[in-house]
Design a protein around this ligand. Structure first.
Ligand SMILES: Nc1ncnc2c1ncn2[C@@H]1O[C@H](COP(=O)(O)OP(=O)(O)OP(=O)(O)O)[C@@H](O)[C@H]1O
Ligand code: SF4
Ligand SMILES: [Mg+2]
Length: 331
């Protein structure tokens, strides 16, 4: 069974549906990459899973099963206890996980005191220094007395990551955890997350714009478009044979260069505004494969094999099937 199973999650404001029937699962020791253009609902979906939807936004439907327990039935206090213990979160803004009024050293050492019952102060400090070293904070001994505002954005994010690792969560939800970091540190941090995952079997949801990172660090990928997941499956299969025209466009937009800083921007056109009412497929205005019937109803996600799903009336042909070979031969 997957450690986290999200089923048909719907998240709304009074005026707009921001996440519209999203389902995904991630098992122990696995990393799911959640990708999609800006505004597609990745952060709203993740925050909702964590029980922290943004102000003015409510979870309107669906189930969020963590180890078989529906998180939607938990009280705020129960959720709070789960977060930071069983469920770690690294959010786009690292200040959400840091206390601006306490020194970095204090925040980390207190965690060792309360979470792990480490009574010796010098041991707590030594562990804090070790942890900061692991996330590549230079000269960590001299940093314990600094406050978060004395750190750069990238350093704060590294501290937030360190604090999450110290809690040893079973599930880690990381929303663009390394975007503020330069490329070398970014890869070091993601390598570290992978190392920790191999040691402890952590399940990870990694939100990113960067398909190179998905290819390098994720086992599975879910592609979001306008509040829905339009394709998902094992990374190797989806990257080698994308079936949704949007996925194919995204992958086509990635230069062959080893340019790890590349972000997804290059499919012509714009996604629909959140909450705009559209009948049928929301990608239709930008889709090279669109046909008249695409506008008649939204394509439900169909399983195309045991591990893959795609929401499209006319998916790209599977290049391995006879049909595709015939279509190529005929064209
Ligand atoms: N508090 C809020 N109230 C109303 N709408 C919101 C709120 N937060 C986000 N939205 C809207 O929800 C949609 C999804 O936003 P979200 O932040 O989840 O996108 P995202 O995929 O994480 O984008 P990015 O890649 O830029 O982080 C957007 O249209 C956004 O404007
Ligand atoms: S349903 Fe139609 S418009 Fe939508 S992605 Fe598929 S082919 Fe394109
Ligand atoms: Mg976001």
């Amino acid at each position: 069974m997957s450690l986290l199973t999200v089923h048909d999650l719907v998240v709304e404001t009074e005026h707009a549906r921001l996440v519209d029937g999203v389902s995904f699962a991630v098992g122990a020791g696995r990393t799911l990459g959640l990708v999609g253009e800006s505004g597609s609902g990745k952060s709203v979906a993740c925050l909702s899973v964590l029980g922290l939807p943004p102000r003015g936004v409510q979870i309107a439907g669906g189930r969020i099963l963590f180890d078989g327990d529906d998180l939607r039935t938990k009280t705020p206090a129960e959720l709070n206890a789960l977060r930071g213990r069983e469920i770690g979160m690294i959010l786009q803004d690292p200040m959400t996980s840091l206390n601006p009024l306490l020194t970095i050293g204090r925040q980390i050492t207190e965690m060792f005191r309360y979470r792990e019952g480490v009574t010796s102060r010098s041991e707590r400090e030594a562990r804090a220094i070790e942890l900061l070293r692991r996330v590549r904070i230079p000269a960590p001994e001299s940093r314990l007395n600094s406050y978060p505002h004395q750190f750069s954005g990238g350093m704060r994010q590294r501290v937030a990551i360190a604090m999450n690792l110290a809690c040893n969560p079973r599930l880690l939800i990381a929303d663009e955890p390394t975007t503020a970091l330069d490329i070398t540190v970014r890869l070091q941090i993601l390598d570290l997350l992978r190392e920790v995952q191999a040691e402890r079997g952590t399940a990870i949801v990694l939100v990113t714009h960067d398909l190179h990172l998905v290819r390098r660090y994720c086992h599975d990928v879910a592609v979001m478009y306008a509040g829905r997941i339009i394709e998902q499956g094992p990374v190797e299969q989806v990257f080698a044979r994308p079936r949704h025209p949007y996925t194919k466009g995204l992958l086509g937009a990635v230069p062959r260069l080893r340019d790890l800083q590349h972000r997804l921007t290059v499919i012509p056109g714009q996604p629909p505004l959140a909450g705009s009412i559209a009948q049928g497929c929301r990608f239709a205005p930008r889709c090279p494969r669109a046909q008249a019937d695409c506008l008649s109803a939204y394509p439900a996600t169909r399983a195309i094999d045991a591990h893959r799903g795609v929401a499209c009336w006319h998916p790209e042909p599977d290049p391995q099937t006879a049909d595709a070979l015939l279509a190529t031969a005929a064209s």
